[in-house]
Design a protein around this ligand. Sequence first.
Ligand SMILES: [Zn+2]
Ligand SMILES: [Zn+2]
Ligand SMILES: [Zn+2]
Ligand SMILES: [Zn+2]
Length: 161
Amino acid sequence: MAMFCAFGIHKWQGCKCLRCNRTRDERDEQHSWNGCVCTICGKKRNDAHAWNGCVCTICGEKRNEAHAWNGCVCTICGCKRSPLSQELHVGMTMGQVQGILGPPSAQLGGGALLGMFGNVSGSTRATSSISQRLFVLWQKPEGEFKLVFVGDKLAEIVSAP
Ligand SMILES: [Zn+2]
Ligand SMILES: [Zn+2]
Ligand SMILES: [Zn+2]
Ligand SMILES: [Zn+2]
C-alpha cells in the first residue's frame, strides 16, 4: 500500500483510489453508475434497472412483474405461474372465483375496513367507496391470491402467483 494511503490520504477517482484500489461507498454520486451497477467497483443499487420484462439486462435482478407468459412459463426468466391465475378474470362473481380457488383464507371489507381507515372519518364519500370493497386473500400452495371485489364482482387482481 502506498505511503499516503496508509495515512488515509487516498487519490480518489470516483469510488476508487487510483493508488491502492481501495473503494469507498459514502455517497451514491461517487460511483460511476451504468443504470444499476457501478462500472468501477461493481456495486449494485436497486434503482435505474434496465428491465427487459421481468429481468434486468444489466445486473440480472428479477422482479415478479412484466413476465412474458407462454402458457404458465415465463419465456424470459423461466418462472412458472399457477394455471389457476389464468382462469381468473375481472368481472367474475365471488361464486365463480370460489369455484376455482375454493373458500378464501381471509377477507376484509365493510366495517373492518372502515375501522382501518377510521382516521379519515371526516371524509364520508371516501369511506363509503372503501366500504363497498371487499379485499379477499387465498393462501394456496402455489402462493397468495389477493383479489378485490366490488359488490359481488371481481374488480381487481392485486396479485396472483
Ligand atoms: Zn489509496
Ligand atoms: Zn463504485
Ligand atoms: Zn439491474
Ligand atoms: Zn419472468
